[in-house]
Write a protein that binds this ligand. Sequence first.
Ligand SMILES: Nc1ncnc2c1ncn2[C@@H]1O[C@H](COP(=O)(O)OP(=O)(O)O)[C@@H](O)[C@H]1O
Ligand SMILES: [Mg+2]
Length: 157
Amino acid sequence: MRTTVITTSSPDETVTLGRSIGESCEPGDVILLSGELGTGKTCLIGGIAAGLSVAEYTFSPSFVLVREYHGRLMLYHMDFYRIESPEEAADIGIEEYLYGDGVCAIEWSERASEYLPSDHLSIKLEYTPGIEDTRLIQISAHGARHERLMQQLRIQR
Ligand SMILES: Nc1ncnc2c1ncn2[C@@H]1O[C@H](COP(=O)(O)OP(=O)(O)O)[C@@H](O)[C@H]1O
Ligand SMILES: [Mg+2]
């Protein structure tokens, strides 16, 4: 497993990191995000969308579990914050998304971990105590294809 920790100091920097991830994504990539509310998961996925050349991404909150965006590859943005059991993720046909040709980016993925593949990019976001706009972002690659994705990221370490 390959891991790196990145610090961003503004929402824009988090979007830039996401854009770099999106630019390097390949069909079937799975990105699992975790971190408290407000740490920037949606913000980062906005960057991933931009990197995939998605034109219609919206930051607005939604009550649907999965939103589909058209870009260089399809982007499936899922948010499991509101699910009460992992089976709710299975019920939306998550396997179709996970094992298709698009890219899956999943917030609160830990709420349905039993349905998620062992090959993935894991992104953990944390607040930095006392520094308002700074986030610690830990990225770990599981499996060869996601290690390749991580190697391609244009990030300062
Ligand atoms: N470095 C940063 N990266 C991302 N968001 C940040 C950062 N600093 C401040 N913010 C703010 O934190 C909030 C993150 O919101 P959001 O992306 O919706 O979080 P989440 O999806 O994790 O609940 C936004 O209001 C954003 O402006
Ligand atoms: Mg969110």
